[in-house]
Design a protein. Structure first.
Length: 144
């Protein structure tokens, strides 16, 4: 089900609302699970309070920050999104979803050199199948 929702987001909405980061495990914090489910449904504004609560309980989990940043970016709160993308990358410098989505946001903000650095990292850390790298490469192609 999550895959179908993620694919519909990726194919149907374009732009910032492409595909969310990987989901939490079933035993994850209730707020995290609820927030991620709302993101998967494209209900970004509703997901934010849940994800904020999840980051308060588990502030050192990069993927929660990536989900929160993704939601914030999709409701136009780009500065806050950038804070969470950067924090996720401090926690996990090779977090592929943070690299991809922050890179897309940087491209949208005309920070091409920084976005290129994220793409270079993705090319280095990714294997043959890498939707995160592909996401950022599509964003570059759309701006060429």
């Amino acid at each position: 089900m999550r895959i179908a929702i993620a694919l519909s987001l990726m194919l149907g909405m374009g732009g910032a609302a492409a595909m969310p980061p990987p989901p939490a495990s079933p035993d994850a914090d209730e707020d995290r699970v609820q927030g991620e489910a709302l993101v998967d449904q494209g209900r970004f504004a509703l997901s934010i309070p849940f994800l904020i609560e999840a980051t308060k309980r588990d502030p050192m989990v990069a993927d929660i920050h990536v989900y929160l940043a993704f939601a914030l970016r999709n409701v136009g709160r780009r500065e806050e999104a950038g804070v969470h993308y950067r924090f996720a990358l401090r926690l996990e410098p090779e977090n592929r979803w943070a690299l991809a989505y922050y890179g897309v946001m940087l491209l949208e903000d005309d920070a091409r050199a920084e976005a290129e650095a994220h793409l270079a990292t993705l090319r280095r850390v990714c294997e043959a199948m890498c939707p995160e790298r592909d996401e950022l490469e599509r964003a570059f192609a759309a701006r060429s």
